[in-house]
Write a protein that binds this ligand. Structure first.
Ligand code: TGC
Ligand code: FAD
Length: 398
């Protein structure tokens, strides 16, 4: 038996990513995609994100730039989409969210909710009409499931679609809809006499209104809206023909939740890298803040959680590519990684002291964003209960 000697310890500093040897788990394409998105984030997004967050805007032209970057629907095959594997898509989400959760949200909603709903449940005509334009960012999509009184429990939705001859007529209100005011097409889920069905609603259809939600303390570099459907009349061809029942929208959520499993760790990694750099340059009591044991304990514990989260994300990605990942496995990843990312961002803020409360440094912006990420795509409580159901067979939601 041969014994390989451990490499000697080094006095060089290491990033958390390097310390965990994450790049060894990725192939060349995956590393290239991550590096390309990271460069775009550093050059195009990071210099502006503080201003966009402060003014609560997300410039619409970013859609085409994300399209050129190739991240819109990148995990889908054909129709102008790149057809990458799941890990590559996850890494792109991670790099985008290192910039801001708002960027990853835009890409998640466009690719995993709007485009995926059409890709998985649409007719060939619907796919050809919308997917190529959504992939380039020429068109923007949104996904309306949540209602004012039904968020965690979408089964109770009140939005109604009734037949009128061969047409459908939709009435109801959707709440907290990302990209609602930017969208050209909304995937809207509604109750019918036969149960829940999905509809593609061009946003210039009479009776459709999007009202922007203001005064947000979280995800400010992202557009969030209420959608009102007041006798919106649609042709029969607007219905997603393959979507039957609540399982259809929930299956779209699996795709977006998977992106969050990776994405949330981007916010955590950026917070941690910011805190490491800050504590190296900040002197307290005559020496660098990074040289104190309490600081190093915080940095080491956060690095552990970040690294464990990335290992879990890559593991789930490999399962997704190999045989498909089960919803409760995605719940494990979403629950853990968002919860830990939020804890890391908050802890990093403490290391920055007073400097940590302005937009000059990212951790508090990330922490504020992650409050939304903890809630959307299934709250942490819903994911706990989903894991509980998988373990016990008892659904404790009701
Ligand atoms: P339940 O009886 O469990 O299921 C109803 C049917 O759906 C099937 N199913 C799933 N299918 C695919 N993927 C999943 N994750 C699924 N979960 C359930 C299930 O097998 C069943 O099928 P069938 O054929 O037997 O009818 O339904 P329930 O009403 O008891 O609900 C379960 C619960 C609570 C887990 C579900 O309602 C839930 O996930 N609630 C959370 C809602 C949520 O996550 N909303 C997110 C809205 S979109 C959003 O937040 C976008 S933010 C985007 C951004 O900006 O990044
Ligand atoms: P509620 O469901 O009212 O939950 C309130 C609290 O009660 C939570 O802590 C919850 O966990 C807890 N709770 C609920 N049920 C139970 C239970 N059975 N047992 C124990 N605790 C329970 N939705 C979309 O459809 N499309 C979008 O694009 C979209 N984008 C969003 C963007 C942002 C910024 C935000 C904040 C939300 C977005 N959402 C979107 C909505 C999001 O999915 C919902 O906010 C989320 O599902 C929770 O629903 P709710 O806000 O109604 O909270």
């Amino acid at each position: 038996m041969s014994i390989t000697a451990a490499a000697p310890p080094s006095n060089d500093t290491r990033t958390p990513w390097e310390l965990f040897g994450i790049d060894r788990l990725l192939d060349d394409d995956e590393r290239d995609i991550a590096a390309t998105v990271r460069k775009f984030v550093e050059t195009r997004l990071r210099p502006n994100v503080g201003d966009w967050f402060e003014s609560a805007t997300l410039p619409k032209e970013l859609a085409r730039e994300f399209g050129e970057l190739g991240v819109l629907g990148m995990h889908l095959q054909g129709y102008g989409c790149a057809g990458t594997n799941a890990v590559s898509y996850g890494l792109a989400c991670l790099e985008l969210e290192a910039g801001d959760s708002g960027f990853r949200s835009f890409v998640s909603v466009q690719g995993s909710l709007s485009m995926f709903s059409i890709y998985r449940y649409g007719s060939e005509e619907q796919k050809n009409e919308w997917l190529p334009r959504l992939a380039t960012g020429e068109a923007i999509g949104c996904f309306g499931l949540t209602e004012p009184d039904f968020g965690s429990n979408p089964a109770g939705m009140r939005t109604r679609a009734r037949r009128d001859g061969s047409d459908w007529v939709l009435n109801g209100t959707k709440m907290w809809i990302t990209n609602g005011n930017l969208a050209d097409v909304a995937t809207v889920w509604a109750n019918t006499d036969d149960g829940i069905r999905g509809f593609l609603v061009p946003t210039d259809t009479p009776g459709f209104t999007a009202n922007a939600i203001h005064k947000k303390l979280s995800l400010r570099a992202s557009v969030t809206s209420e959608l009102v459907l007041d006798n919106v009349r649609l042709p029969a061809s607007a219905q997603l023909p393959l979507a039957e029942g609540l399982g259809a929208p929930l299956s779209c959520l699996n795709e977006a939740r998977f992106g969050i499993v990776f994405g949330s760790l981007g916010a955590a990694r950026d917070s941690l890298e910011t805190a490491i750099a800050y504590t190296q340059s900040r002197d307290v009591f005559d020496r660098p803040l990074s040289s104190y044991q309490l600081t190093q304990e915080k940095l080491a514990n956060m690095t552990l959680e970040l690294g464990k989260g990335i290992l879990l994300a890559i593991h789930l990605g490999r399962i997704k590519d190999a045989e498909g990942v089960r919803p409760e496995q995605i719940s494990l990843g979403k629950l853990n990684n968002v919860r830990e990312a939020l804890a890391i961002a908050r802890e990093c803020r403490t290391l920055l002291g007073g400097s940590g409360i302005t937009l000059e440094y990212s951790p508090l912006r990330h922490a504020n964003n992650l409050e939304s990420v903890l809630t959307y795509e299934g709250t942490s409580e819903m994911h706990l209960l989903s894991i509980g159901r998988a373990l016990t067979g008892h659904a404790a939601f009701r």
